[in-house]
Design a protein around this ligand. Sequence first.
Ligand code: AMP
Length: 213
Amino acid sequence: MTALDGQHRLILIGPQGSGKGTQGELLQVYLQLPTISTGQLCRMEIEKNSARGQEIADAVHGGELVSGDIVTTMLRERISEYDAREGFIIDGFPRTVAQAQQSLSWLVPTKVIVFELHDDIAVERMTSRRACEKCRYKTTAAYVAAHGDTCPRCFSKLVKRSDDTPDAITKRLATYRAITQPVINFYTEHGLVERFNAALSIPLIFMEIAHVL
Ligand code: AMP
């Protein structure tokens, strides 16, 4: 059986800036499965300006976690959609051991892909990342300085993420170390974890992940 034949329910875990979003996009193409980012689901709900969006915005912009109930509801709705019927790749959930435990009745991953990265590199990457406000194309501050803030893919504007402020970045990394890191131990006990050095190049990490699928 090859990686393409099997059912995959992958969970990607790593600090912000570890490249899990990028690897999620590559895996999406490779496995022909949707990548579902709970951070992205949060940002889409904020854009709707709903009451739920307002509550989410307060947490996201402060660099804090959104209530587990809200995230769980949005994620369960999303993975029940047609395109996820044969599997999915999740980026950003679970963020707490409680979320991991409570989700075991409806989300048993086939593998948990862990991205390991030193805080200094994570901060540097988050501080310099830029993305298209429309198509989410990802690039860096250096690219914008050299070529301007027009997205090379869809010609919209390249912007800094509103929660990539120094305060929110520091808070999110502290939350990751204290609250999300134990999730890795939880899945390790279930024998599901594969670890990768996130400081390596994008193609190398992708090849290593593809190798274990
Ligand atoms: P991300 O794009 O993964 O960095 O997520 C952006 C923000 O969305 C986080 O800082 C949290 O405020 C919120 N968020 C995303 N996933 C979760 C989750 N599983 N539980 C709680 N909050 C979340």
